[in-house]
Design a protein around this ligand. Structure first.
Ligand SMILES: [Ca+2]
Length: 483
């Protein structure tokens, strides 16, 4: 990795001339995929099987951040942080949204800040920040919306909101969303010189993975899709064999990849590439047997062995899932392509978190954040601004209250409600396989991590902080016998 020296803010010598001209603002195409782990991309080289030529090409043309973390490893709170620049508890979206709750329309988003500065804005795809009219994307800065407000949908013939009416639309969801994104690009290009924001929020490769197009299916026919190595992994889960499900996940990633290729080609064709920032990321990661689970921060236990054997310090007796914020669940790919402004084809290993998007995008667009708004995130393109620690929140079913922190050296998580935790030394154990939480000699490290969490929890009025009595520290003193 080229590390911290990889940023280039080009054109500094031209600043003088820019200041006397109208500010030229870049277009923003923000591509968000759904449940796409870093291992699912050829580029990550962590597992055999992926086939993602267009994402790989995009990576070559982009600055790639290798340590980008969502602030919560499930759909809705992750998306809330991405768009508001705040932590999930600050906006009241701490779990995936399944009923009548949603993001409060009073919340400021970077989309609305750009819209107020003259950008045209459109969202295509999944919203998942509330189903009711009061949570509709048009209340959060989007002029136009084609997609679905909820979290669920099908891989083919989905129900989509089209011109304000929800209806079933024929075709593969990935292709329909791409078609509309391309239409918007053409419309943006032809109607005005004003810059635009196009948020393209695919639902792939979130399950259900099938049906997928025949080409993506055939491309994977002779590829191997091995399970990660983990003791006692079941070979059959839910409706199918593990190897089939993993192949289907990769097929959907390839179908997604083909369609992202169509969007990128359209930017070329319309001669928009030079002045368009393309951001590519995913709302959370995914486990296909990593750590013994299937899924993300609320993944299902997959091993035939009892959880207590493999995670002896994790206690939870009533829940079939395994609340977590492991790297495989919380770390996501992040590519930024911006010709002439960021270096292409290099990696940067600084810590980035989702609350950083708000200030970063505003600075890219040369738009001021309103003065009365305090953002804790940082512009991750600016080299001088280093983030020492990424903090995460994860409230599973509002019962399992977890908080986590990642630093250059450590990954630490603690469940305040059920008093289990993990601590990994990332310098020796980058795949987080040896949990040191209960090992001797790490009390000081845990105290440091607690302090980092405590500071952030106080800063944002995290309700889990309690009445000034820090529950993480207190809870650990009275750890129960583990089952
Ligand atoms: Ca997701």
């Amino acid at each position: 990795m080229s590390g911290k020296s990889s940023l280039l803010i080009a054109g500094l010598t031209m600043l003088g001339s820019v200041s006397v001209m109208a500010v030229e603002r870049p277009n923003i195409v923000f591509i968000l995929t759904d449940d796409q782990a870093t291992w699912s991309m050829t580029n990550s080289n962590e597992i055999a099987g992926p086939l993602t030529p267009h994402m790989d090409q995009l990576a070559k043309e982009s600055l790639q951040f290798t340590r980008c973390y969502t602030n919560s490893p499930v759909c809705s709170p992750s998306r809330a942080s991405l768009i508001t620049g705040k932590y999930p508890t600050e906006v009241g979206v701490t779990e995936y949204i399944s009923r009548d709750n949603g993001l409060n329309a009073d919340e400021l988003t970077w989309v609305s800040v750009l819209k107020d500065a003259g950008y045209r804005t459109a969202l295509v795809g999944k919203w998942h920040l509330g189903d009711l009219e009061k949570h509709h994307p048009t209340h959060f800065g989007y002029d136009q919306f084609y997609g679905f407000q909820g979290g669920g949908n099908t891989a083919k013939d989905p129900r989509l909101e089209v011109d304000g009416k929800v209806q079933k639309v024929k075709g593969y969801t990935v292709e329909l969303l791409t078609n509309k994104a391309i239409e918007y690009l053409e419309e943006f290009k032809s109607h005005s010189a004003a810059p635009f924001v196009l948020s393209l929020h695919y639902r792939a490769p979130h399950g259900p993975f099938t049906p997928v197009d025949e080409t993506s299916h055939e491309l994977h026919a002779d590829k191997k899709h091995p399970l990660p190595e983990y003791p006692g992994l079941k070979q059959v889960i839910r409706k199918g064999k593990m190897t089939d499900l993993i192949r289907q996940y990769h097929e959907l990633v390839t179908h997604l990849d083909t369609n992202i290729g169509r969007v990128l080609r359209k930017l070329d064709e319309l001669e928009l590439k030079e002045n368009t920032v393309v951001v590519f990321t995913s709302d959370n990661g995914y486990n296909i047997g990593h750590h013994g689970i299937w899924g993300k921060g609320n993944g299902d236990w997959l091993s035939d062995l009892p959880r207590s054997v493999l995670h002896p310090n994790l206690k939870f007796v009533e829940y079939a899932k395994l609340p977590n914020m492991w790297k495989t669940s919380a770390r996501v790919p992040l590519y930024v392509r911006w010709p002439g402004h960021v270096k292409a084809g290099v990696t940067n290993d600084k810590l980035v978190e989702f609350i950083d998007f708000f200030p970063t995008i505003c600075e890219m667009a040369k738009v001021d954040v309103p003065k009365d708004v305090t953002l804790l995130g940082k512009n991750f393109l600016e080299e001088a601004k280093e983030t020492d620690a990424v903090c995460m929140q994860h409230d599973v079913q509002n019962r399992y209250v977890m908080r986590g922190v990642v630093t250059d050296k450590w990954s630490y998580g603690f469940c305040l409600s059920h008093q289990f935790g993990y601590l990994y030394d990332l310098t020796k154990d980058p795949d987080e396989k040896h949990n040191l939480f209960m090992s001797e000699g790490y009390e000081e490290v845990k105290r440091e991590m607690d302090e980092l969490l405590k500071t952030r929890m106080m800063q944002i009025n995290d309700p889990a902080y309690g009445d000034g009595e820090y529950p993480v520290l207190n809870a650990r003193k009275k750890l129960p016998e583990f089952e």
